[in-house]
Ligand binder design. Sequence first.
Ligand code: 5GP
Length: 114
Amino acid sequence: MTKTLFTKIIDREIPADIVYEDNEIISFKDINPQAPIHLLIVPKKVIPTLNDLDAEDFELIGKMFKVAQKLAKDNNLSVSGFRTVFNCNEDGGQTVYHIHLHLLGGRQFQWPPG
Ligand code: 5GP
């Protein structure tokens, strides 16, 4: 099976600015940041989209948010605020089919997102 782009980062085949890693999750800076802080929080397990989550994966999703909470705190975003986003499929704007949670902060965001 062809490796996803993010699996290549996990396997150190493609460089990335890694800010967090444990045995289940990695986080690195987005290559095309949309805010002063833009991190991607990625499970090492390859799950293509949110549609593909199984019951056993929901604990992992919770752990991804725990990492987001920690990284927001580490980057002094907890009080000022931040945004977390999962994009799903074409209308959601997903481009990498290995689920990932965007953590964005350091500026004021608009709503609706457009
Ligand atoms: P999506 O559009 O699927 O929600 O998010 C994919 C994200 O991955 C985009 O924000 C994009 O900038 C980022 N990205 C794409 N290729 C690379 C890469 O090679 N390295 C890093 N660090 N980020 C990438």
